[in-house]
Design a protein around this ligand. Structure first.
Ligand code: ILE
Length: 466
């Protein structure tokens, strides 16, 4: 059986943007940004996306396209080592952990979308009456399990249809819809009374605040950058494994990161004005995963035209979440198809059943949900990306450079060697550093030793590829 590839270049870009743009941009980003001081966070986050996210994304692309395999098989076949093969299984586990909590939130969103549509059609505005109480019901018990399974089933249908007819076609329809609706919503939100305060909170750049908070926001900003670009789980390795050799990975990767960032910033331009219009200061909405839902649903219930806006908003979020969840489900599915010759249908059914159970555990137990969605995901993704980058820098080495240059233009080719130093030395050290700060290391103490280690590693790689 020949392996599928993307039918078109834009198909790959949109699928990857679809993977990147998701709950991370619309639900997690405003929430994490608000908790970490708004604009100060935004500045550090954008820096990390550019300096760590883009090169890291290209690292995953290089592995995937070189091997034409999903992560586990790719690491084994490129290195010829069973140790790397075993490490590859880590990504299958990460993907399952991710999609387990992700499809629970996807289920909440789906529920809000269904309810908003029903209200729009005139059949009873359930959540508009009491947003806070309503969320309690949505996020607990059998209701949460049911919508989680429904969301997962939608994901599985798309993945079942395959790379071209499912993922590519699906994201080609979903992503433009998300962009258009989101721009419309941002313009509308800009006309609301809280817009000016929201922009000040979110966009005003203040160098002094950034400097003061730099080390504090580093960990969350890095975690969010990886999450939003879908890095560290191997979705981008998997998607790049369906890319032809004549495409410039550097160009595509930069485009994908830019589009993803634009959507993230745009989502903030929708969410913050709405919250401020209601007099809710985002930093005070609490840390709970549901704060944003309660705040937004409250805004929709009070603002003129709220039902229509709510329907559009939750449609955007549902589509964005779906185009991400398919990229996560594709990892274990591609693993079974590539490595064990399992039929796609059987693989989707098998992995789907496992996630139906693990997701239900997350849906029923808020403590497990909180742990998986927060700490565990940050750790898995950071460790996962570190593994990929060490592999690119130290196992692939020159091969990575060749792969990077294949199909690339002059500028990208010129940047390929500095890129290899970055992914082989600077980025892994930086990622380990952020991981240690997550575990409580004093960032100020660790900073200079980290810089020294990174520099030393860069010298060794330079000596190797010269
Ligand atoms: N990047 C997506 C998001 O931001 C998912 C994260 C795939 C793992 O929602």
């Amino acid at each position: 059986m020949t392996r599928e590839t993307w039918a078109t270049r834009i198909g790959f870009i949109l699928a990857a943007v679809g993977s990147a743009v998701g709950l991370g941009n619309i639900w997690r980003f405003p929430w994490v940004a608000a908790e970490n001081g708004g604009s100060a966070f935004l500045a550090v986050y954008l820096g990390i996306v550019l300096l760590v996210g883009v090169p890291g994304l290209l690292g995953e692309f290089v592995i995937g396209r070189r091997a034409n395999r999903s992560p586990a098989g790719a690491l084994r076949s490129l290195s010829g080592s069973n140790v790397w093969g075993a490490w590859g299984l880590f990504y299958v586990v990460t993907a399952i952990a991710l999609i387990s909590f992700y499809s629970v939130v996807g289920g909440w969103i789906l529920r809000y979308f269904v309810e908003s549509s029903l209200a729009l059609a005139g059949t009873g505005p359930t959540y508009f009456a009491n947003p806070g109480q309503y969320f309690g019901g949505v996020s607990a018990g059998l209701d949460a399990v049911g919508f989680h399974v429904l969301f997962l089933a939608l994901t599985a249908i798309i993945v079942l249809a395959g790379v071209r007819r499912g993922i590519e076609l699906g994201t080609k329809v979903m992503m433009p819809a998300v962009l258009v609706l989101l721009v419309g919503l941002a313009v509308w939100a800009g006309t609301q009374s809280g817009a000016a305060d929201a922009y000040a909170f979110y966009l005003r750049f203040d160098a002094a605040t950034v400097r003061e908070n730099f080390f504090g926001v580093l960990g969350p900003a890095a975690g969010q950058a990886l999450f939003t670009l879908s890095l560290g789980a191997g979705t981008m390795v998997t998607y790049a494994s369906y890319v032809d050799e004549d495409r410039s990975l550097a160009f595509d990767g930069t485009t994908i990161a830019l589009l993803n960032t634009a959507v993230g910033v745009l989502a903030g331009l929708v969410v913050f004005p709405l919250l401020f219009s209601l007099g809710i200061s985002p930093g005070e909405t609490g840390t709970g995963a549901g704060a944003l839902f309660v705040g937004l649903a409250g805004a929709f219930s009070q603002l003129p035209g709220g039902v229509l806006i709510a329907t559009a908003f939750f449609a955007v979020v549902t589509l964005a979440a779906l185009s991400s969840s398919i990229s996560m489900l594709e990892i274990p599915v591609a693993f079974l198809v590539d490595e064990y010759g399992v039929e796609r249908r059987t693989a989707v059914a098998g992995v789907g059943s496992v996630v139906a159970v693990t997701g239900s555990v997350c849906a029923l137990d808020p403590a497990i949900f909180g742990f998986v969605a927060g700490t565990l995901v940050d750790i898995l993704l950071t460790a996962g990306l570190t593994g990929f980058l060490v592999f690119v820098g130290w196992v692939m080495g020159r091969d990575a450079l060749d792969e990077f240059r294949s199909g690339a233009g002059g500028v990208a080719t010129a940047l390929s060697t500095p890129w290899l130093f970055a992914v082989g030395a600077l980025l892994p050290v930086f990622l380990v550093f952020t991981l240690l700060t997550t575990f409580g290391m004093d960032a100020r103490l660790g900073f200079w030793p980290t810089v020294a280690t990174a520099a030393a590693l860069a010298v060794v790689i330079f000596a190797g590829v010269r």
